[in-house]
Structures are given as C-alpha cells and as structure tokens.
Write a protein that binds this ligand. Structure first.
Ligand code: SF4
Length: 221
C-alpha cells in the first residue's frame, strides 16, 4: 500500500489530530525535542513548567544558567545531567547564530546540518525541530514509521532506507507542512493503538493492503 492511501485511511479512522506544540515558540520546541528523548511527554511537561517558572525557556538566560540548577529543574525528564549540558550548549549555539531571526533565514539543508552537529540531536530530533519549530516541510522518520512501512511493504534498513522513507512520505504529503504534521501524528497514534510491536491487525484500516497481515493470514491457512 502506498503512503498516500495509508494516510487517507488513517485520517478516516482517527480524524484530524490536535497540533503538537501548538503556538510554541521555536526555541521551546528545541528544548522539548531534547527533553523528550527516552522519556514520556508528561515528564517533559513538568520540566518545561519548571523552566518557564524560572524564565529559562529564553535561550539568552539558558545559555548562562548554572548546570547543577538546570539539572535539578529538568530532573522529571530523566538523564538530567546529560540533558542539562546539551540544553545549555544548544542555547549558546542558538545565541551565537543570532537566534530565530537569523536561523529562520537558513535553508532547510543548512539548518538540518547545523542541528545535527549539536550534541544529542540525531535525525529524528532535527527533523522534529524543523517541522514543528521552523515550519519546514520535512517528514519525521521515527520507530513508528519504520515499523509501519516495514509491515506495509517491506524496506531495506539503514540510513539510506530512512532517507528514502522520508522522501516517499513527504511526497505523499505534497511537501506541505501541515499535512506532514498531521501524517506524523496519525502514524504515531496508529503505532500506539494497532501497529504496536506485537500488532493488533483486527479491524486495522490498513489490513487489506498490508504485506504483514497478508502473510499472517496465509500462514494460518
Ligand atoms: S494490518 Fe497489522 S501489521 Fe498491518 S498496518 Fe495494520 S496493525 Fe500494522
């Protein structure tokens, strides 16, 4: 099944998804994207609230904060010493580049490359920052999408596989930012409800065109 068809069926099943990071300023998206690694969003919200209370969502203040104090504030997100060092470093980089007004003028490949050069920022985090923070049309390739695609059609592993996957799903969204956000949310919700590590294929709207479901049915005959 092609991504476009899968997205149509997922949209029909789950409807319009609430915006992630609604009305968040870009640097808050950066902070959230780093904090959410290896933890749940509910934990991140506690850390963000603590940072907000101390005005530390502002990069110019975060760049100079005492590391021990920062680690205490973001303790709910886990790995707090590692994450506090990363946050302070990226805040310093952000400031040195001239902040959002300057960075927003960079091309998407340049911005992605620079983000990938930051400690703790891998492709998934960089693409989430680009999509949700900088409103750039990119598709976030995460574990949910890899698993779904592998089951729908099969694909090769590795970095080239991720790049091809991103191109394919981005094209299915017509390179439109809002569609990419909706599609990402739909893939995540489907990965949490049906297409889990042990999939529940009963009633899945993608079942008629899914290789995995087809081979499971054949194996049972
Ligand atoms: S049919 Fe099963 S394996 Fe295929 S997409 Fe749906 S839940 Fe995943």
């Amino acid at each position: 099944m092609k991504p476009q068809q899968a997205l149509r069926r997922l949209a029909a099943r789950y409807g319009r998804q609430q915006a992630w990071w609604p009305a968040a300023h870009t640097f808050k998206v950066v902070i959230g994207a780093l904090l959410v690694q290896q933890t749940r969003w509910v934990q991140v919200e506690q850390s963000l609230a603590a940072l907000r209370a101390q005005s530390l969502l502002r990069p110019e203040l975060l760049a100079d904060v005492d590391l021990q104090r920062l680690a205490e504030l973001i303790r709910p997100s886990g790995f707090n010493h590692q994450k506090s060092a990363r946050l302070r470093r990226i805040a310093g980089w952000w400031q040195a580049q001239g902040g959002y007004p300057a960075l927003s003028r960079w091309t998407t490949p340049d911005l992605r490359g620079a983000l990938l050069g930051q400690s703790g920022v891998g492709p998934e985090t960089a693409d989430a920052i680009l999509l949700y923070g900088f409103n750039r049309p990119v598709f976030v390739v995460d574990a949910y999408l890899r698993r779904l695609q592998q089951r729908l059609a099969g694909r090769t592993d590795g970095d080239n596989g991720d790049q091809a996957l991103a191109r394919q799903w981005l094209a299915a969204c017509d390179h439109d930012v809002e569609r990419c956000r909706q599609a990402h949310a739909l893939v995540v919700i489907h990965g949490q409800r049906n297409c889990r590590p042990k999939p529940d294929c009963r009633g899945c709207p993608l079942q008629p065109g899914c290789s995995y479901a087809g081979s499971s049915i054949l194996a049972r005959r």
